[in-house]
Design a protein. Sequence first.
Length: 568
Amino acid sequence: MEIQEEQFLHPISQLLVQTNFFTEIKMLKYQKEARSTKQTLPQYLIKNKLISSQKLAWLLSLHFGIDFLDLDSVNNDLIPWKLIDEKIMRQYHLAPLFVRGNQLFLAIDDPSNQIALKEVQFHTGFYPMPVVVESDKLMHFIEKLAQIRLKQGPTNDHPTLQLQSPDIEDVYDANLEASRDDGPIVKFVNAILSGAIHRKASDIHFEPYEDRYRIRYRQDGILVEVASPSIHLASRVAARVKIMSNLDISERRLPQDGRFKMKFSEKEAIDFRVSICPIVNGEKVVIRILDPNTPKIPIEELGLNATQQELFLQAIGKPQGMVLVTGPTGSGKTVSLYAAINLLNTQDKNILTAEDPVEIKIPGVNQVHINPKAGLTFATTLRSFLRQDPDIIMIGEIRDAETAEMAINAAQTGHLVLSTLHTNSAVESLTRLNNMGIPSFNIASSVSLLIAQRLARRLCNDCKVERKDLSSHDLFMLGFDKESAVNIKLYQRCGCKHCIDGYSGRIGLFEVVPISKTIGDLILAGQGTVDIMKQAQNEGMITLYESGIEKIKAGLTTIEEVNRVTTN
C-alpha cells in the first residue's frame, strides 16, 4: 500500500527532520511526490526550491562524513566517462569522477543510496567511493558527459580483467541489455563464454569454494579447469549470469533455470541454457552451450559402421514402429535423434517432438518444451500429439509407465516413434520397458530397432603418433582378432596447439539391435537379457566394445578411451 510505504523516512528525510528543516509529515509527503515523479529526493527538493542545492550537499557531507566537491572545479578531460553507462547515470543520478587503484570516486547527490552504489560496483568492478555534490550541478554534469559520449561514440578502452580470448560482439536477444561500455565483470563473463565457444566446450562450470573460485569447461566430455579468479568474483559472476538470463538476482536460496542468446558474429547466434544451484559456499552456475549445428549433423557422421547405418535408415524409413536410443547422460542420444529427424524432415511429414528442454530449434518441426510444473508432462504432451495428425513423434525420454504405454500405442497405430531410455546396453531397454508394465507382446510388435551408444574422444590428426608398446598377445587379450593383433597399426595421443591433450572432438560407438522375428519370439517367450543378447550377436550385432575396437583399428581413438566409455 502506498500509505504504508511512506510511513518510513528516507535517510535524507530523517536528517532534515532532525535538523528542523521540515516536519516528518512534510517529508513523508515530499518522498511520495518524488517517487511518483521518478526523481531522487534531492532532485525533488531542489527543483521545488524547498532547500538550496548547496545547503543540502553540505548537510549530507557533514552528516555522512563524506567529502563535498564543487563540480565546477572538475577537469572534464580527465573524467573516466566510459566506465558507467548513461542509463545508470541518469537512473541513479550519479557520475564517475576519477579512479584510484580499485576505487571509483562517484559524484552523487544521495550517498545513502546503497542500491546505486552496488549497481555501480557490479557494472564496473570498482569499489565505489561516493563524493557529495550539488544536485542541480550534477544534472548538468551528467548531460555534459552524455554529450561527450555522443560525440566520441562507443569504445572498448575501459579496464578489463586479464583473460585471453577472441573478440566478441555483445548482442543479446529480447530485453537483455549489454554494450561495449559495460564494466570488467561483463567483459570477464563474455570472455569465458567466448573461450568456451572457441574451444568447442559443451558446458561451463562456475564453482565457488571456501578459499577459491574455479571455472571449468567440459570439452569432449571431460571437465578441464580454465581459470581460477578471485573468490570475490563469484557472487558478481552469478548476478551477471542471472541478469543475462532474466532470473531473480536477489534469490540465492533456491535453484533457478534460465537461458539467453548471444551473437558472436554477423551470422552466428548461440543459445545458452543456465542452471544456478545454491551450494555451501555460494551459487554454482552451469551454462550449457547449445550448438546450433547439432541438428545439421548427418547420419553418416555419427560413427555408425555401414551395416549399422543401413539398419538405422531402414528402421526410420518405416511408416510405423519404435526406435529406441539408449545410453547414459551425455552419450549423444539427442544428436542421433536429431540426425534422424533432420533426414525425415520433409514437406510431406508432420513431425512433433516433446523435449525437456528444447535445446535446438529445427525449422519445419513442431517442438514442445516439457514443463512438469505447469502440468505439461511427456504423457500429457503425447496424448495431445495423437490428436495432431502426426507422422513422426519424437519423445525426449521415456521416464514413466504412462509415457511408455502411450508411446507403444502410438507406434502400433501408424506412427513412427523415436525416443530414448537410460540403460547400459541396447537389449536392457527391453527389460526396462517390461519393468514399466509394458507386456512382452506389445514390445515385440512395436519396437523395431534398439541402439545403445557412447561417445569416445577422437584422436587429433595433427599430432597423433604410432604406439608400439603393446605386443600382438596384448592386443589379442584386449579383444583384437589374431590377424589384427599382428598387423594393426595403433596410435596414441600426443598433444598440440590444435587439440586438448591429444584429442579433438568425439566419435560414437554403437550397438544396434534390429528386432528380428527370432528376437521377437524370445521377447514373447519372456527370455532374459543374456539370451536375447546372444541371439543378437548370432545375427551380427557388435557390442559397444567391439565398435570401439573398430574405431581403434581405423586410427580414430585409443584403447584407453574405449575402455573409459564402455566399462560399466
